[in-house]
Design a protein around this ligand. Structure first.
Ligand SMILES: C[S@@+](CC[C@H](N)C(=O)[O-])C[C@H]1O[C@@H](n2cnc3c(N)ncnc32)[C@H](O)[C@@H]1O
Length: 438
């Protein structure tokens, strides 16, 4: 078995070693470690490998908490001490900004951190009938595979949901058509937890009774979803089809449906919101755009602080939810929301939003290249960019700095997804002149 010494970690948390000028990406290896590895993909300039044995362990190595670590594709950094995970994510962000955009933030922001485990308030679990493995599997996908992992617990889920996984498997196995149930979605709101069971056939009355009895036994609200996300509804007659979460610091609450986009980590979302509002510093009289606004997660705190918000979002359903949430909080007079495909933003479409003092951008992984390209030079004077992909953030940052007259004033990470290699970050761009005056 070949042996290598790991030099560093890549952006997916894999150890990188070098052998005869070739990079070897070794899953599970940590910097400084001497390891045996087995290659599963070989290319002329690199190899991908699994770690077989640690010959000299790093002081940062810890025992993974989850028995499914290594098989389940959900978390790949459980073997790394949590402080080192955060430091690695900070380095991944800074490396992306440097290698892709040749940028260094003026200030590296303190990292935002929350609970290391049991943090997921949302999850989409795949379901698969595998008689050879004893019936029905419910879980995340296996690493590099479309198979569902054979999971009996999951320490990043709320403990009571993790503890229910074996019973959930039995529940689905006992339905009339378990092979027609491809997925179960979890959504935790204030005081209410929903499981949405996706089904390709209608549940009969026996199935509905089984599911609702399970819900009653475990204090869960059981929903069915026979088609697209809009078809999800509670199985119990008369139950309100809505959940709620709140941001007490800004005295706002949000209604949402379990299939809506919401941030997965409630505590980190609250801290991220505090940081975003400190950086954006909304003031009465200002007009602030919230692009990719979803159901108004950032919009309502901005409005609560006195600014006028112009929210834009691609999903019609979420725009409706954002408007209803503004009303729910008595903030409708300061909010306007519209639907647009921001991947096709143009100078004209941004102009239509009117004068903007500041902007918050929170795009999906693809980033916001059309938006940053369409910005007119000189405005808005400050942009706070929340990103779930350092590569697209760095790409967009290069345009903001090289073509649009901004400087990268600050950037830092938020540990939204502990134990995984996903990097959530926040960056602030200031127009040069405004920055110089501040
Ligand atoms: C990372 S989420 C952020 C949502 C919201 N800011 C929040 O914190 O809950 C990205 C949002 O972008 C929206 N989106 C995705 N593609 C889009 C597009 N092409 N145009 C506009 N919005 C889009 C999604 O529907 C989603 O609400």
């Amino acid at each position: 078995m070949p042996v290598a010494v790991i030099e560093s970690l890549d952006h997916e948390g894999r150890g990188i070693a070098r052998c005869d000028g070739k990079a070897i990406f070794i899953e599970g290896g940590l910097p400084g470690e001497r390891v045996e590895y087995s290659t599963f993909r070989s290319r002329p300039s690199y190899e991908q490998a699994n770690l077989s044995r640690v010959l000299r362990a790093s002081a940062q190595r810890v025992a993974p908490l989850c028995p499914h670590f290594g098989t389940c594709g959900g978390c790949s950094m459980q073997h790394v001490e949590i402080g080192t995970q955060l430091a690695t994510k900070q380095r991944i962000l800074e490396d992306a900004l440097w290698h892709i955009a040749k940028l260094e933030p003026g200030l590296v922001l303190p990292t935002i951190d929350g609970p290391a485990w049991a943090y997921r308030s949302r999850a989409r679990l795949g379901v698969c009938v595998v008689p050879r493995l004893g019936g029905v599997l419910v879980g995340f996908h296996e690493k590099r595979s479309s198979y569902i992992a054979d999971m009996l617990s999951c320490p990043i889920l709320p403990p009571r949901i993790s503890g229910l996984l074996p019973e959930l498997r039995e529940l689905i196995a006992g339905l009339t058509h378990p092979d027609r149930v491809p997925q179960v979605e979890l959504a935790v709101g204030d005081g209410k937890t929903v499981l949405v069971v996706r089904t390709l056939v209608s549940f009969n009355s026996r199935d509905i009774k089984r599911l609702t009895d399970f819900g009653e036994r475990h204090g869960l609200s059981m929903w069915s979803q026979p088609g697209g996300p809009a078809t999800a509804k509670p199985l119990a007659a008369g139950e309100p089809a809505v959940l709620q979460y709140s941001l007490p610091e800004f005295d706002v609450r949000f209604h949402f449906r379990p299939t809506d986009f919401t941030q997965v980590n409630v505590e980190v979302n609250r801290l991220l919101m505090r940081r975003a509002m400190q950086l954006l510093d909304p003031r009465p009289g200002e007009r602030i755009a919230d692009l990719f606004c979803g159901l108004g997660n950032f919009s309502l705190p901005i409005a609560r602080l006195g600014a006028r918000v112009i929210g834009v979002e691609g999903s019609e359903a979420l725009v409706q939810r954002a408007a209803a949430n503004a009303k729910l909080n008595g903030l409708e007079a300061r909010c306007e929301f519209s639907v647009a495909n921001l991947f096709e933003a143009t100078a004209q479409s941004l102009n239509k939003l009117g004068h903007l003092d500041k902007m918050l951008i929170d795009p999906p992984r693809e980033g916001a290249i059309a938006v940053v390209k369409a910005l007119a030079e000189g405005r808005p004077r400050r942009i706070v960019y929340v990103s779930c992909n350092p590569s697209t953030l760095a790409r967009d940052a290069a345009i903001l700095v090289r073509e649009k007259g901004y400087r990268l004033a600050a950037a830092g990470v938020a540990n939204m997804f502990p134990q995984t290699s996903h990097v959530e970050s926040i960056a602030v761009f200031e127009q040069y002149e405004a920055g110089a005056r501040d």
